[in-house]
Write a protein that binds this ligand. Structure first.
Ligand code: SAM
Ligand code: SF4
Length: 328
């Protein structure tokens, strides 16, 4: 029997984002510290069996409809297709967020294993700037990866671009043109105060208003109605050139319709991207806990989900973990 999982603000929770590793082959300035990143010991990471067990509980008890694999960089974890096969068996909308650098090799196998969609993060289309943001000269591999994802049918392929003032805010139209030319949905993300360097200030955020105004002036846009619990506000190009979106986490937060919870690579359950407390599901899983025990721990945590984050207010507390450890 499926009962919906409802939080204290009457929002139905049904989307699980699983970070499967904290490791990454990139080191983006806005996501990871420049140095001093210590990877979690392998034995601390949930096994694929443990991940599948938590996912299955969420799907069979509460009817979760979406699972997204993230990281760190999910594709650096060995034998990823095996995990994809296990989770695809649950019949949910199975997606992955990746830096795309290895998709050129992996996309067909992941599609075959049951992955439905990918989102590729890419913050600059200029080689040198890309290398300076990610600390890897890998733009060509990411672009190949996006092409491979499209060819493999991991559709719709989305490209996430975090805009930062003075870093890449002059590439809004380049990304819009890239999306139109390549049949991918570009989504601009407002920079959030989860950067490991602590460089975030309100002035570094390139706002929803600016993005929409800039694109609309060159490629006229029409809003798409019926957003539901989607983080992106969506637009179509009036000339039929496809779709573009803005994730305005800072200036127009969408906490009121949030349906997401998160599981970190080391098995900590988080009821919000910005949560400052976590529930140790790994301890429940590894101490012989039953499915009921795991479910009770999740329900108790969801019972403490808050109304929304407080970015920009004095009450905002930065989570201890960097974005690379939470998964975005
Ligand atoms: N490695 C994968 C990737 O880059 O797509 C998955 C993990 S990454 C942490 C997930 C998403 O979080 C990426 O789209 C990334 O751009 C975004 N992200 C990381 N730090 C961010 C920040 N401070 N503000 C906004 N988005 C951020
Ligand atoms: Fe790695 Fe993704 Fe973070 Fe970049 S954004 S450092 S690719 S986890």
């Amino acid at each position: 029997m499926i009962f919906p999982l409802i939080d204290p603000f009457q929002r139905r929770v049904r989307d699980l984002r699983i970070s499967i590793t904290d490791r990454c082959n990139f080191r983006c300035t806005y996501c990871m510290p420049d140095e001093g990143m210590v990877w979690q010991p392998r034995e601390d990471l949930l096994t694929y069996e443990e991940i599948e067990r938590v996912a299955r509980i969420c799907v069979t008890r509460w009817g979760f409809t979406g699972i997204r694999l993230t990281g760190g960089e999910p594709t650096v974890r060995a034998d990823l297709a095996t995990l994809v096969e296990k989770l695809a068996g649950l019949g949910v909308d199975l997606a992955m967020t990746t830096n795309g650098a290895t998709l050129g090799l992996l996309a067909p196998r992941l599609r075959q294993a049951g992955l439905r969609r990918v989102t590729v993060s890419c913050d600059s289309l200029r080689q040198e700037r890309f290398a300076s943001i990610t600390h890897r000269d890998a733009l060509h591999r990411v672009l190949d990866g996006i092409g491979a994802a499209v060819a493999a049918g991991l559709a719709p392929v989305k490209v996430n671009c975090v805009l930062m003032r003075g870093v890449n805010d002059d590439e809004i139209l380049d990304f819009a043109a890239f999306g139109r030319a390549n049949g991918v949905v570009v989504r601009f993300i407002e920079f959030m105060p989860l950067d490991a360097q602590g460089a975030w200030t309100a002035e570094t955020v390139v706002t929803y208003d600016e993005v929409v105004r800039t694109i609309d002036a060159v490629y006229p846009l029409d809003p798409v109605a019926g957003r539901g619990s989607e983080p992106a506000e969506r637009f179509v190009y009036r000339d039929g050139g496809g779709e573009v979106g803005v994730i305005a986490s800072v200036t127009r937060n969408f906490c009121g319709s949030c349906d997401r919870v998160r599981l970190t690579a080391d098995g900590q359950f988080r009821n919000c991207l910005f949560a400052v407390r976590e529930t140790d599901l790994r301890a429940v899983l590894r101490s012989g806990g039953s499915d009921d025990d795991v479910a009770r721990a999740i329900e108790a945590d969801v019972g403490m989900k808050w109304a929304g984050h407080a970015i920009g207010r004095v009450t905002f507390i930065r989570p201890q973990r960097s974005m690379s450890q939470i998964g975005g």
